[in-house]
Design a protein around this ligand. Sequence first.
Ligand code: UDP
Ligand code: MG
Length: 316
Amino acid sequence: MLSVIIPSYNEEGNVEKTASVVGKLLRENGIDYELVFVNDGSSDRTWELISGLAVSDSRITAVNFSRNFGKESAIFAGLEVAAGEACVLLDCDLQFPPEVIVEMYRIWEQGGVDIVEGRKNSRGKENPLYKMFSLFFYKLIGRSSGLDMQAASDFKLLDRSAVDALNKMPERLTFFRAMSSWIGFNTERVYFDVADREIGESKWSLKSLVRFAVNNITSFTSAPLHIVTVFGVITFIISLILGIDTLYNKFWGNSEAGFPTVIILQLLTSSIIMFSLGIIGYYISKIYEEIKRRPRYIIREIVKKDDLNQGESNGK
Ligand code: UDP
Ligand code: MG
């Protein structure tokens, strides 16, 4: 069976369409499936709709979070709840073309491939600033972690063995896209074009994107710490030159001329110390967050038809 995991946050306009489109497609292709909708603390009617779907269709499972935990948490909740031999992640807005699921499934079905990775041909409609920013972000992560992240997406099909490996990873601050590459396994790629979102708006604000990038950079690489070291070396060289210059002025020149040097040195070092402390502080806050061992998410309820029937028969 194939589990399709669909994180949904304020997607009242999309859930029903997504459920019927994906369900129809998989039935037509003779693929046994289940749909796992994870309601990520929506403030609209999303939960009402998906729990309704779960009651009427035994192939649909609806998971409800107690609040908005973010897409990452929704993905990992879906992976934990999913029962299929393979799981595929899908956005509720159908920006990932569902037909590609069938293509991925066929590759997986033949055996030998554990992960089928969807890679973006084009990134769809995006603002140029966002494009530049994401290019830089994935370059930095890619360079420092050795994972090729440039055209990566959350659209991936994972074999049960890969899902179990991910479920075992203990960290709280997850980054599905990178973690699912990090675990290794035989990976094959399929390419797709990102469609435009038809209903509703993108759930990402500039602020949430910056937070997402900074979070993932600090939880996936320690590159910023190395930048601090490089800065340290550079400052050291500069202070050496300025130090010699100051001494030269003191003995053979006008000692008053040394004042600017002192000021420059002070400014330089103090600013770099500040900067370094900032970065170190950030990592400490990560350690703090991880050490709390909080759950990644809290599920308020799960609606599944099988469970409902069982509950009824048990009650009788
Ligand atoms: N999403 C979520 N929790 C959030 C934000 C988004 O579960 O806090 C889901 C959303 O419902 C959608 C998917 O993640 O199914 C992708 O979100 P969106 O389309 O807003 O992102 P974009 O396509 O703009 O990157
Ligand atoms: Mg989208």
